[in-house]
Design a protein around this ligand. Structure first.
Ligand SMILES: [Zn+2]
Length: 378
C-alpha cells in the first residue's frame, strides 16, 4: 500500500506571503482573481477598486525549499484568471518579481494572455521596474474573463490528452514507470522498432511548459504515418519518451521543483550533500533512471526552456569524464543539422562549455553521457 507524503502546498520566502489567499472576490460585480486550478499560481496581496483603474497587487507563490546547489525557494511561474472585467482597465502588479529565481529574465519580458486558453498573445506594455522589483501591466479587457500566464501553459489536463492520443495510436505503447510523491503516474511512451535507443524527456522543470509543447510536436510527427522523417526514425531507432518528468510541479504551478522541492535536474546522482535519486525526494528520476539503465541508451535529449536566453540551442556535455573529440564531433554535426532544418535554431547563444572534469553529473544531460560510456550494462 502506498501512502501520500504530505508537503505544504504553499510556502514562501517571506512569512508575509504565506498567509495570502490565491483567490479574490471583489463583491457581486467586482473583479474576481483566481489561481485555484491546474498549474495555477498567484497570491493576492490587495486589490484597490476605488479609482477608474483597478489596481491588483499580486505575489508569486514560492515553492518548497530546494537543497543542494539551489538553496532557495523558487518562484517565477504564474498562471491566473481575472473575471468580471469587460470594458474595465486593470493594473496588475507582481510586487515580488524581483525576488524570483531569475529576475534578469523579466527584462523585455511580455506577459502571456488568452481569452479562450487556446490562443495566447503577449501584453506588449508589460514593464519591469528593476529598482522596485515589480512586474506590471495594464489591461483593458474585451471579454469578461482573461487568463494570464508566464508562458502558454501546458497543463496536466493537456498532458492527459497527449497521453490519450498517444495510447490510441497503434505505433505507440504506454507504460507507467512508477508514482510521484503526489501519486501521479510517471508516463513513459515507446515508439519505433529500430536498433538505436534514443531517450527524450522533458519538463524536469515544470514551469518550462514550452518543453512539453515540443514533446507534443515530436510525438505527433512520430505517430503520423504520412510523416517521412517520423517513419525513418521509427525504422532506425526505438524512441523512449517521458513527456512530463514532473507532473507534481505541473499541477502545483511550480517553476523548478517537484512536490518535495527537489530540483529534478540536480538529482541524477549523489553529489555529496544528499543521496540522489531517492524514492523519498525524487521518485521521478529514480524510476526513469532505472528504466534507462535497463533499456540502454545511444542518445539522450533532455528538453528545457530558459528564462533568460532568447534563443533555441543545444547544451553540450563538455566537462564530463568521457567527453571526447568523437562525441564533440557528433554533437557539432547534430547541432549543424538542426540549424539547417530549423530557422528558429542557432548556435551562437547558449550555456557555453564546462572545463574538463568540472561537469556536475547530477544534471541529467551530463549524467546521460555517463550512461553512454557504461554502455548498456548498467
Ligand atoms: Zn530547465
Amino acid at each position: 500500500m502506498t501512502s501520500v507524503v504530505e508537503f505544504p502546498k504553499q510556502s514562501s520566502n517571506s512569512s508575509s506571503s504565506s498567509s495570502l489567499p490565491s483567490a479574490y472576490q471583489g463583491g457581486k460585480d467586482g473583479i474576481s482573481i483566481n489561481a485555484n486550478f491546474d498549474s495555477g499560481n498567484i497570491l493576492i496581496e490587495n486589490v484597490d477598486q476605488q479609482s477608474n483603474v483597478i489596481i491588483a497587487n499580486l505575489r508569486l507563490r514560492s515553492e518548497p525549499f530546494t537543497e543542494g546547489t539551489d538553496k532557495r525557494c523558487h518562484a517565477q511561474w504564474f498562471y491566473f484568471r481575472s473575471s468580471q472585467i469587460k470594458d474595465r482597465t486593470i493594473h496588475y502588479r507582481i510586487v515580488n518579481a524581483g525576488e524570483s529565481s531569475y529576475p534578469t529574465g523579466w527584462k523585455n519580458y511580455k506577459t502571456c494572455a488568452s481569452y479562450d486558453r487556446e490562443n495566447w498573445f503577449r501584453i506588449q506594455k508589460t514593464d519591469y521596474d528593476e529598482t522596485k522589483g515589480v512586474l506590471e501591466w495594464k489591461h483593458s479587457s474585451a471579454q469578461d474573463t482573461v487568463w494570464f500566464a508566464y508562458f502558454a501553459p501546458y497543463t496536466y489536463e493537456r498532458h492527459q490528452q497527449l497521453i490519450a492520443n498517444s495510447a490510441m495510436s497503434p505505433l505507440c505503447s504506454l507504460r507507467v514507470l512508477g508514482l510521484t510523491l503526489d501519486l501521479h503516474p510517471i508516463d513513459y511512451l515507446i515508439v519505433g522498432e529500430g536498433p538505436k535507443k534514443i531517450w527524450v524527456n522533458a519538463r524536469v522543470h515544470p514551469g518550462e511548459s514550452m518543453a512539453e509543447w515540443f514533446m507534443e510536436g515530436l510525438i505527433g510527427a512520430l505517430l503520423d504515418e504520412t510523416n517521412e522523417a517520423g517513419q525513418l526514425l521509427r525504422q532506425q531507432a526505438t524512441i523512449h519518451m517521458v513527456p512530463n518528468m514532473n507532473p507534481d510541479g505541473t499541477v502545483r504551478g511550480h517553476l523548478r521543483t517537484n512536490a518535495a522541492g527537489a530540483n529534478l535536474n540536480r538529482e541524477w546522482c549523489s553529489t555529496g550533500e544528499y543521496k540522489a535519486p531517492s524514492l523519498e525526494r525524487s521518485p521521478e528520476v529514480f524510476h526513469v533512471l532505472n528504466q534507462v539503465k535497463l533499456v540502454g541508451c545511444d542518445a539522450y535529449v533532455d528538453v528545457h526552456g530558459d528564462e533568460e536566453i532568447e534563443a533555441n540551442f543545444f547544451a553540450d556535455c563538455a566537462g564530463c569524464p568521457n567527453w571526447s573529440p568523437r562525441l564533440k564531433n557528433l554533437f557539432d554535426q547534430f547541432s549543424d543539422a538542426y540549424c539547417e532544418v530549423s530557422k528558429d535554431f542557432q548556435r551562437g547563444k547558449g550555456y557555453g562549455s564546462d572545463e574538463p572534469g568540472k561537469a556536475n553529473l547530477a544534471i541529467v544531460r551530463k549524467y546521460s553521457i555517463f550512461l553512454y560510456i557504461n554502455g548498456h550494462s548498467l
